[in-house]
Design a protein around this ligand. Structure first.
Ligand code: XMP
Length: 506
């Protein structure tokens, strides 16, 4: 496959996904992975990613220079281009003001990388430093105000200052294909059906006739992991589903129907509603609520897992972005890890880990899920935070407020599906405010709670905008909530972006 060395650019995972979409395996490794280890993987090509640092900085992120001498094609993107120029004897200057956004690519001399790319196509720039002088043996291929692309065809080293992986770069896909197929001659052998077969075999081999437990949350990752493992070892798998009382309306029943009934999986449903609610009584600080819910989850899960005799493996729905985040040289970034969705499990559990989705990006997990027969709407669910409605009932949580919120949230989500909007937004939910206001219903004055409808669009959940949902739609949602949910007499729509707001309210 293709190895991507990670220098910390926010687009790195995108490079990996683009290549896999072409049917070629890609792997993202920290930039300082020893050359030996990289070569051991017999890569067809190596991509040096972008990154926030400067090659001229004191502790600049470098690679071993011998990397360029292996006869393996190299593509340097942004920082990767500057690094290549720097290491091979060119010069990198501090940019005067940096360049962010669209630029036009003026091709001076076509390279194998730019083959078939049209003149003046738009490319996406995001850099501060720039290459000032080419290393010996390199030629200039394209300009865009700055030096935009250089190469050494003999040594199969290609560099671009812009980001071919982002969709704003009009012909970026063609360039990556030129690299992967034209230059690296990589094989198309990454297919998710193969992945399923291979993984099923691996699970059988690893588990033998031992038992496996898995914390099923109803979310995408743990559900796909469960169905995949179940396909491999059937009833040797027991899923533990903890009903915290803070889940969406009828979630427990739905999980039993969708996975217990439909897939005939062993699911142990633990009704822990009382435990969670009594621990939360009177607590209104969000961080304290998170801590209580997280701890309680660990207790309940620990107790239940000990009731399952002879369980040797603990399965988790860890996915590739979680793995990349945790191995990242810049330290785990602020991206919320999906394996925290179940609340986080204790580190001293005496189980061996089984993580069959470790190699997959989220969109691949979804495809695997569908391939395994999980309905489309289930593998395309929005993310749901581990603490659940515990942080969507603002302030102190009680059973009544949770019930009110569940009803309102269910109406909003139902309407999103009905109007074909659910998959057009990234995350949508209702928040219940501890604020009462006056209303009038029939002849009666009401004095009830306020609900806030929240919907966000985002790619990475680090930044987000509020969804521009149609007024008519919002009107329907508002009327239905106020008319159908006892306890709410006013609905507001959240029009805050992140930053400075967050997606959740607590
Ligand atoms: P914010 O509110 O920080 O949310 O913009 C970003 C994403 O993270 C989710 N989120 C959480 N997920 N435990 C989780 O598992 C949490 O405590 C938590 N807080 C926020 C949020 O739903 C959104 O997808």
């Amino acid at each position: 496959g293709i190895i991507i060395l990670d220098f910390g650019s926010q687009y790195n995972q995108l490079i990996g996904r683009r290549i896999r979409e072409m049917g070629v395996y890609s792997e993202i490794l920290p930039f300082n992975t020893p050359l030996q280890d990289i070569l051991a993987k017999q890569p067809k090509g190596i991509i040096l990613s972008g990154g926030p640092s400067s090659v001229n900085a004191e502790n600049a992120h470098l690679v071993e220079k011998e990397l360029y001498e292996q006869g393996i094609p190299v593509l340097g993107i942004c920082y990767g281009m500057q690094l290549t120029a720097h290491l091979l004897g060119g010069k990198v200057n501090k940019g005067e003001k940096g360049e962010y956004g669209k630029a036009h690519l003026e091709i001076v001399k076509e390279s194998s990388l730019l083959k078939g790319v049209t003149q003046n196509s738009i490319v996406w720039m995001s850099h501060f430093d720039e290459v000032g002088a080419l290393p010996a043996g390199f030629e200039l291929n394209a300009k865009s105000g700055v030096i935009a692309s250089i190469s050494n065809e003999d040594k199969k080293i290609f560099c671009v200052q812009f980001h071919p992986e982002v969709s704003h770069t009009e012909e970026g896909g063609k360039m990556l294909e030129n690299f992967v197929f034209g230059i690296c001659d990589a094989e198309k052998n990454w297919k998710l059906t193969n992945y399923i077969d291979k993984t099923v075999e691996e699970i059988r081999e690893k588990v033998g006739d031992n038992k496996v437990i898995l914390g099923l949350s109803g979310g995408v990752d743990s559900s796909v992991a469960a169905v995949l493992i179940h396909k491999a070892i059937g009833d040797q798998l027991t899923c533990i589903f903890v009903d915290t009382g803070l889940l969406r309306k009828d979630e427990g029943q739905k999980v039993m129907d969708n996975y217990g009934e439909h897939f005939h999986m062993n699911i142990k449903m633990v009704d822990a509603k009382e435990r969670f609610l009594s621990k939360l009584a009177g607590i209104d600080d969000p961080e304290q609520k998170r801590k209580i819910i997280g701890n309680e989850f660990i207790h309940v899960f620990d107790e239940e897992s000990h009731k399952i005799e002879g369980a040797k493996f603990l399965a988790q729905g860890t996915i590739y972005p979680d793995v990349i985040e945790s191995q990242s040289v810049n330290g785990p970034s602020a991206v919320i890890k999906s394996h925290h969705n179940v609340g986080g499990l204790p580190e001293d559990m005496e189980f061996e880990l089984l993580e069959p989705l470790r190699e997959l990006f989220k969109d691949e997990v979804r495809k695997v899920g569908e391939e395994l027969g999980i309905p489309h709407h289930l593998v395309h669910r929005h993310p749901f935070p581990g603490p659940g409605l515990g942080i969507r009932v603002l302030g102190a949580v009680d059973a009544d407020k949770v019930r009110i919120l569940q009803e309102a949230d269910d109406i909003f989500i139902e309407e999103l599906y009905k109007n074909d909007l659910y998959e057009k937004v990234s995350q949508a939910f209702v928040v219940l405010l501890p604020v009462k206001s006056v209303g009038v219903m029939g002849d009666e004055r009401t004095y009830e709670y306020t609900a806030v409808v929240r919907s966000a669009n985002t790619i990475d959940f680090m930044t987000a905008t509020w969804s521009r949902l149609p007024y008519e739609f919002l009107d329907t949602v508002s009327s239905r909530i106020i008319n159908e949910v006892r306890g709410i007499n006013r609905v507001a729509y959240d029009i805050s972006s992140k930053p400075p707001a967050t997606i959740e309210w607590e």
